[in-house]
Design a protein around this ligand. Structure first.
Ligand SMILES: Nc1ncnc2c1ncn2[C@@H]1O[C@H](COP(=O)(O)OP(=O)(O)OP(=O)(O)O)[C@@H](O)[C@H]1O
Ligand SMILES: [Mg+2]
Length: 443
C-alpha cells in the first residue's frame, strides 16, 4: 500500500512528521532540529540506527530493508573512506546520526602514509536524501565495533534492489585507486580479535641496504618475474601468476629485511600485507580475504614456524590446517604472491613445505667475510673513520648481519660518532653483542 519514498506524498499512516522532515529543505530541517531540541526532544544519540532510518526514510519498521556487506574486517575501514567521500560530495544534504546505544557518531583516523592520515567514519548512520547517493533516499550504517561490525544500506523494502546496486558499486570501488591502501606496504595486526590493516610504519628499504649473495638476488628476481616481466606471458599460457616463496635461514640474516625490500619494490603494482605470528595465528583465511580487496597482493607470513609447527601427537594443528586449506583456495586466484620466512624449514610440517605450496625455497646463509665487510661498510661508511674494516670482518667470523650491525650500534652507543679500530675490535671480540643471539623466542 504505502509507498512512502522520496516524494513523501503517500498520504497514509507513513506520512508522519518524519516524512515531512525527510523531504524538507536542509534549512527547514536544521531549524526544526534546533526547535525540537529546545523543546526537550530526545537527544539524537538515543535513537537506534533503524529508528533513525525509519524516520528519515518515512517508513514504518516493518518495511525497512537492510542490505549488508559481508567481507573481511579491514575493508570496513576502506568502505568508511568511500562513505566519507560521499558525505563530502553531498555536503549539507546528508544527515548524520548516532550508531545507537547512546553513542555519538564517531570518526577515526587511518594512516595512509608516513604522517598522512584520513578521518573516516567508523560508527554512524548517514541519511542520503533522494537523488544524492541514488534515486531513492537511502541510509548507510557503518559500525566497526567488533561484535557488530557492519556496513549496511537501509532502504524502503521496495528500494532494496537499488540498495544492492549501491553496495555492489561501493565494493567495486574498493578495488580502484579510491582505496588509499592499495599498492602500499601494509602491516596486519590483531586488535580485539579482528585483523586490522594499516600502512606499515617501517620505512621502505632498497637492495643497497641489504648485503646478500648475488645468487640469492637472482633467485629473488626469478620469483618476482611472475609479478613483473613474466606476468603477461604466464597468464597467456595459463600457467598462473600465483607463487609461493619460502625464505629460510638462521636468526638475524636479513629475512625480514628482505621481504620489506621486496614489498617496497612491488609497491604501486602490488599491495603487500605483512603478517606477524599473531595475526597469522588468528586468521590466515582473513588475510587472504583482505587480499581480494587490495588487488594484486603479496602476503608475507613472517616467522611462519612460530605458528605452523608440526601436528601434535593426535595429528592436530589447527593453524596449519587453516593455512593449507587457504593456500589451496588461493591457487584458484590470480596475482597472489606468498612469502613465508622461517628459521628452520625442517620445523615446518612437510605438508606446508610441499612444492605445490611453496614453489621456491631460498636459504639465506650466515654472511661470509665479504658480506660482513659489506655490512660494516654500509654502517660505518658515513662516519668516515680510518678503520681496517676487513680486519674487523675477520674478527666477526660466525656473526649474523644483525650481530654485525649490533657491534656498530654498541660502538656508537659507547663512543658516539668517533671511535678507534681498537675500540671497535674490543667490542667485536668481547662478544657483548652476542646477547643478540638470545633474542629469539625459543623459550
Ligand atoms: N645481510 C645483511 N645486510 C645488511 N643488513 C642485515 C643483513 N642481515 C641482517 N641485517 C640487519 O640485521 C637486522 C635483523 O635482520 P632481520 O630482522 O631481517 O633478520 P631475520 O633473518 O628476519 O631474523 P629473525 O629470524 O630473527 O626474524 C636488520 O636490521 C637487518 O637490516
Ligand atoms: Mg625476521
Amino acid at each position: 500500500m504505502s509507498k512512502a519514498t522520496g516524494d513523501g506524498m503517500s498520504g497514509d499512516a507513513a506520512r508522519t512528521i518524519d516524512t515531512v522532515l525527510a523531504n524538507a529543505s536542509e534549512e527547514t530541517r536544521a531549524t526544526l532540529r534546533v526547535l525540537g531540541e529546545l523543546l526537550g526532544n530526545e537527544p539524537s544519540a538515543a535513537i537506534s540506527p533503524n529508528l533513525f532510518a525509519c524516520r528519515h526514510l518515512g517508513v514504518d519498521p516493518m518495511r525497512l530493508a537492510s542490505t549488508k556487506s559481508t567481507g573481511p574486517t579491514s575493508s570496513l575501514t576502506v568502505l568508511g573512506n568511500l562513505l566519507r567521500m560521499e558525505i563530502e560530495k553531498h555536503g549539507d544534504a546528508v544527515v548524520i546520526g548516532s550508531p545507537g546505544d547512546g553513542l555519538p557518531p564517531t570518526w577515526s583516523q587511518i594512516e595512509i602514509g608516513i604522517d598522512q592520515q584520513l578521518a573516516v567514519p567508523s560508527r554512524l548512520i548517514a541519511f542520503f536524501p533522494a537523488r544524492t547517493l541514488a534515486q531513492p533516499p537511502l541510509c548507510v550504517v557503518i559500525d566497526d565495533r567488533h561484535w557488530q561490525r557492519e556496513f549496511a544500506i537501509l532502504s524502503v523494502t521496495a528500494d532494496k534492489p537499488v540498495a544492492e546496486d549501491v553496495l555492489r558499486s561501493f565494493r567495486a570501488r574498493l578495488k580502484t585507486n579510491e582505496n588509499p591502501l592499495r599498492g602500499r606496504v601494509l602491516q596486519a595486526s590483531v586488535d580485539d580479535g579482528c585483523v586490522r590493516i594499516g600502512v606499515s610504519p617501517a620505512l621502505a628499504s632498497d637492495r643497497a641496504g641489504l648485503v646478500l649473495l648475488a645468487s640469492v638476488w637472482s633467485e629473488i628476481d626469478v620469483f618476482l618475474a611472475s609479478a613483473t616481466s613474466r606476468r603477461d606471458i604466464l597468464r597467456r599460457l595459463g600457467l598462473g601468476t600465483n607463487r609461493g616463496l619460502l625464505i629460510a635461514g638462521p636468526p638475524g640474516v636479513g629475512k625480514t629485511h628482505l621481504v620489506r625490500v621486496i614489498g617496497a619494490e612491488l609497491a604501486g603494482r602490488y599491495t603487500t600485507i605483512l603478517a606477524d605470528a599473531n595475526s597469522m595465528r588468528h586468521t590466515i583465511a582473513d588475510l587472504y580475504a583482505e587480499a581480494d580487496t587490495f588487488g594484486p597482493t603479496l602476503v608475507v607470513l613472517d616467522d611462519i614456524d612460530l605458528v605452523l609447527g608440526h601436528r601434535d601427537g593426535s595429528g592436530n594443528n589447527a593453524p596449519l590446517a587453516d593455512f593449507l586449506a587457504t593456500l589451496d583456495g588461493v591457487r584458484q586466484r590470480e596475482d597472489i604472491l606468498t612469502i613465508a620466512t622461517t628459521n628452520d624449514p625442517k620445523s615446518l610440517d612437510p605438508a606446508a613445505q610441499r612444492s605445490s605450496r611453496f614453489d621456491m625455497v631460498v636459504t639465506l646463509p650466515m654472511p661470509d667475510e665479504a658480506s660482513r665487510i659489506g655490512i660494516l661498510e654500509r654502517h660505518l661508511g658515513p662516519l668516515n673513520l680510518p678503520l681496517d674494516i676487513p680486519a674487523l670482518a675477520r674478527i666477526l667470523e660466525g656473526a649474523s648481519g644483525a650481530d654485525v650491525k649490533e657491534v656498530v650500534r654498541r660502538a656508537v652507543l659507547e663512543h658516539g660518532e668517533s671511535f678507534t679500530q681498537q675500540q671497535l675490535a674490543d667490542i667485536a671480540e668481547s662478544g657483548r653483542w652476542k646477547a643478540a643471539l638470545n633474542r629469539r623466542r625459543y623459550l
